[in-house]
Design a protein around this ligand. Structure first.
Ligand code: LLP
Length: 417
């Protein structure tokens, strides 16, 4: 008799093979559990429900803009954080009633769209404010603006995703921010609402969030701007567990950590609403990338498992040294050995996972699944080496709720027609 410890991936209560078979899609493919994304969105809304003003959870579209998935998230939050015209379009089509517009180099078209739709613009600099004013004047509108401030907090995360360090390209540091806020207040072409900040992404400690809020609070009090405050946007940034034993703070922990400062601030300035922009913590755990083993190779004392997607589908390991847990779906984990998993791209960086325990009998055709791939994976996919963009399947309440096939050659080639 053999005892098997079979690893089985389930999505929205269904076994992965079953979902793929019904969807009729090949690999590579992202598979999403919309129930989980919706649950996380609700957690945010519930966690901050004690806040005395209105709370706006603006889902950060950049984390995952798959329209089939976004529509479920936005049915909860009704609000989104966008950084481009196409994110605006997808968010609105998917049901967003309110957008906040971010970015350090927004185009005139993006600013115009924001102004014409009365979406809030998180202005990045004095120079951008002048451009917003020009466009608003031309359109005969008043733009609704806030200033993105840089509280100069260095969270413990990868340097590429720490956005509020001193030399950051984003926002205006707190020493210079009052001048820009006053210019907004005096301007006849804009309506000053308040301030925005976002300190970075994949932050797994609460301390940097508390520190950032305290320094922005101090800034608002010392400058007297607290009296003008109608909008406070604390950004996104809460991390997700990428490793099986990792504990991360959840929305309720974040809400608890910020509670006293937010309450005090609200009692000093009862007119302001709270905005948040979470992305990863809503979709990160709700997605997996499913690949198939093409080839197994043993060379130089090392075992390689080559799968049918590489850094084109999962760039995070190459770009941020990120770790994604790997599971051989249906694999027998009773007897394992170490192997590295890589894609087919002609680049040494195309290694998706180094030295992982995999079943000894893993073979060609097996499904290798990368976990916690709901955020910044599909949205960062590319066609490098003329690899197809993977397909995507969304499951909601155990039913298929949206399917995109693996990109075809015709669809790819048509980009140049
Ligand atoms: N708000 C602003 C202004 C942002 O720049 C970002 C993310 C968010 C909100 C959402 O942050 P989240 O809650 O998802 O951490 N590609 C990288 C992450 C880049 C994050 C960019 N900004 C990665 O794969 O780790």
């Amino acid at each position: 008799m053999r005892v098997r410890q079979r690893a089985v991936i389930e999505v929205s209560g269904r076994e992965l093979d079953d979902v793929l078979e019904e969807a009729g899609v090949g690999t590579p493919v992202y598979v999403y559990d919309a129930d989980l994304a919706v649950k996380r969105a609700r957690e945010y809304l519930e966690a901050f429900s004690w806040f005395p003003g209105d709370v706006h959870v603006c889902y950060a579209m950049k984390a995952n803009f798959n329209p089939h998935l976004v529509e479920h998230i936005l049915s909860e939050t009704r609000a989104a954080d966008v950084v481009s015209l196409w994110e605006m379009k997808i968010a609105v089509e998917a049901g967003a009633k309110e957008l906040v517009v971010n970015g350090n180099a927004k185009s005139d078209d993006e600013l115009r769209a924001a102004i014409l739709n009365s979406w809030i613009i998180n202005v990045d600099s004095m120079e951008e404010l002048r451009r917003v004013e020009r466009i608003a004047r031309r359109e005969g509108e008043r733009a609704r603006v806030a200033l993105r401030v840089n509280p100069e907090i260095d969270p413990d995360t990868h340097p590429h995703i720490a956005t509020a360090v001193e030399e950051s390209k984003f926002g205006v540091n707190l020493r210079d921010a009052e001048r820009v806020c006053r210019a907004m207040i005096e301007s006849e072409h804009v309506e000053f609402l308040g301030v925005h900040y976002h300190i970075g992404s994949q932050i797994t400690e609460l301390e940097p969030f508390i520190e950032a809020l305290r320094s922005v609070r101090r800034f608002l009090e010392e400058t007297g701007l607290v009296e003008e405050l109608r909008y406070l946007n604390v950004g996104g940034g809460l991390g997700v567990p990428y490793r099986p034993d990792e504990e991360v703070p959840r929305p309720k922990d974040l809400a608890e950590a910020l509670r006293d400062d937010l309450r005090d601030l609200h009692s000093e300035s009862p007119g302001f609403d709270l905005y948040l922009e979470p992305g990863r913590s809503i979709v990160g755990e709700a997605g997996v990338l499913v690949t198939r083993v093409r080839q197994i190779k043993e060379e130089g004392g090392r075992k390689w498992i080559f799968v049918d997607a590489g850094m084109n589908a999962l760039i995070r390991p190459a770009l941020y040294d990120a770790y994604h847990e790997v599971v051989v779906h249906g694999g027998d984990y009773l007897e394992t050995e170490k192997a590295s998993i890589a894609g087919p791209l002609c680049e040494m960086g195309d290694v998706l996972a180094e030295d992982r325990e995999v079943p000894v009998n893993v073979s060609e055709g097996d499904l290798v699944v990368f976990l916690t791939a709901g955020a910044y994976c599909e949205s960062m996919a590319s066609s490098y080496n003329c690899q197809p963009i993977p397909g995507a399947v969304v499951v909601r309440d155990g039913e298929l709720a949206g399917i995109r096939e693996v990109q075809s050659y015709d669809a790819f080639r048509n980009l140049w027609e």
